[in-house]
Ligand binder design. Structure first.
Ligand SMILES: [Zn+2]
Ligand SMILES: [Zn+2]
Length: 153
């Protein structure tokens, strides 16, 4: 099976890229189980972010996903592309909706929503620390930029 990535020969996670690669990956996961092909794509996307691999979502998040009574003729689960079924659908904190079984499989592997990429809490202390540092660095960069702008404008 050739994947989306092979066909398009693109590098995932460039800034400003469409987020749909993650959905393709999530679909691949459900289509083929966690096979070699999936692992390969997964490493390509999540193994190279600052040399850090995104861990699974925290257990309590996965275990407490709500089941919601949601049905909308025009809306489908973005992972399996099937219509939502009453009481089998769940909503993430970012308000994106998926079949519960679809998104559980995904969150067991990686802590972000395949549609918007927002990261959820993890049980990985190292990674949480790393996230905090990254946030601090970003904040410092913003402050430096502001300072620079106020001095030179
Ligand atoms: Zn689904
Ligand atoms: Zn989302």
């Amino acid at each position: 099976m050739t994947s989306y990535f092979d066909e398009h020969n693109c590098q995932p996670l460039e800034s400003g890229e469409e987020p749909n690669h993650l959905l393709d990956l999530a679909r691949l996961l459900l289509d083929s189980g966690i096979g070699a092909q999936f692992q390969l794509e997964f490493e390509r996307i999540f193994g190279n972010v600052d040399g850090r691999k995104q861990p699974p979502a925290a257990k309590h998040i996965i275990e407490n996903l709500p089941l919601i009574n949601y049905f909308n003729n025009d809306e489908k689960c973005s992972i399996c592309l099937k219509e939502f079924q009453l009481n089998l659908t769940t909503e993430l904190p970012c308000h994106h909706k998926y079949c519960k079984i679809c998104i559980i499989e995904w969150l067991k592997l990686v802590n972000s929503c395949p549609m918007c990429r927002i990261e959820f809490e993890t049980d990985d202390k190292d990674y949480e620390e790393y996230k905090k540092q990254k946030q601090r660095l970003k904040q410092r960069q913003v402050e430096l930029d502001d300072l620079h702008n106020s001095m030179f404008s």
